[in-house]
Design a protein around this ligand. Structure first.
Ligand code: SF4
Length: 343
């Protein structure tokens, strides 16, 4: 759904200004799935919109639902044939609307160039940046589905396919569409951007003067281990990365999430926990431990006992730390599993 294009159509065809409010209300409040569903629009405008401004830039190629029905995933096909995946997570806790929180995890790129060893997206290579419109259409898809169930999307995370800061301008434009009162109207504090550690992107994000959350895919407590898992660490090693995070905190005074996948024999030892504790000694640092979902024959999942021990060591040392629940492992929708391929 391209807001600019709609504006252009309205002005070129001399429709009165209030028609824009009706279009935006139809899309962002009623969550219409077709222009014809917006009943207060004149027939001639509906016909032009149908021809020139498709209500979605993405076509659903394949739908998946996780077994406990707490997650869903959709594979989208863009007009040029590229694929991107989007995940809906239904949390058990209570959100503002009374029902459990609903988080949509979106992709910012078709594929990814960063080649992280634990990630199915990275192993598939990079195709192209997604537009802000394509990111919005991923969220609108689940807004429409949830509306039919009397629910709504409460949170958006940029944790799907792609490195958001490699597509910086489109990601910022999408955040503004998610947050704008006339658009999706989702609070900035309910929008999170996760980066593998692109230092110039973090520094730029710090100066944006927006309240969206920042998450860092850390996954290792030393450069030696991180270089093995994440090639980005060669250009932006841990010291530089944390300096950029501190700059972000200084500018925003906002908490930063450090994501840490536990991988058997690689980063899950007691020694790694101690080294991570030494790094995480800042007030607004928070660690999110995550179960690794095997996407590579070379890496194995940490045992349950190891995961618990690692968490306990961090907790005992006073590190602000949570264990993030996994969603949709059986439909390859969990962290690191998105590949943008039909199953
Ligand atoms: S973890 Fe993120 S940055 Fe790394 S390859 Fe996967 S999608 Fe790209």
């Amino acid at each position: 759904m391209n807001v600019q294009k709609i504006n252009q159509i309205l002005s070129e065809n001399n429709f009165p200004k209030y028609r824009l409010s009706q279009v935006l209300d139809g899309i962002f409040k009623q969550f219409a799935s077709s222009w014809g569903e917006i009943t207060n629009l004149p027939k001639e405008l509906i016909e032009i919109l149908e021809k020139e401004a498709p209500i979605s830039s993405l076509e659903a190629a394949q739908d998946f639902e996780a077994l406990p029905k707490d997650a869903a995933k959709i594979l989208f096909k863009a007009k040029d044939g590229n694929f991107a995946e989007t995940v809906l997570m239904k949390h058990a806790d209570k959100g503002e609307s009374g029902g459990g929180r609903k988080t949509v995890c979106i992709s910012s790129q078709a594929g990814c160039a960063m080649n992280c060893a634990f990630c199915a997206t990275g192993q598939g290579g990079f195709f192209r940046n997604l537009t802000a419109e394509e990111m919005l259409d991923q969220v609108l898809h689940y807004c429409r589905i949830l509306k039919k169930q009397g629910e709504r999307v409460n949170n958006i995370v940029f944790m799907g396919m792609g490195e958001p800061f490699n597509n910086y301008d489109n990601v910022i434009a999408a955040i503004k569409l998610f947050n704008g009162a006339e658009y999706l109207n989702i609070g900035m504090r309910h929008i999170s951007v996760s980066t593998c550690g692109i230092v110039p992107g973090i520094e730029k994000f710090a100066k944006e003067n927006i309240q969206a959350n920042l998450a860092i895919s850390l996954h290792a407590p030393t450069d030696e281990i991180r270089n093995r898992l994440m090639p980005v660490n060669v250009a932006f090693p841990i010291k530089k990365l944390l300096a950029a995070v501190d700059f972000y905190i200084e500018k925003t005074n906002r908490k930063v999430m450090f994501e840490y996948l536990l991988i058997d024999g690689i980063n899950d030892s007691d020694d790694c926990a101690q080294k991570l504790i030494a790094l995480m000694q800042k007030k607004l640092y928070h660690v999110n431990l995550i179960k690794y979902h095997s996407t590579s024959a070379a890496l194995r999942v940490s045992s349950q006992a190891r995961q618990t021990k690692f968490f306990d060591i961090l907790k005992k040392a006073g590190v602000s730390c949570t264990f993030r629940r996994s969603f949709g492992e059986d439909i390859q929708a969990a962290c690191g599993q998105l590949s943008g391929q039909r199953k």
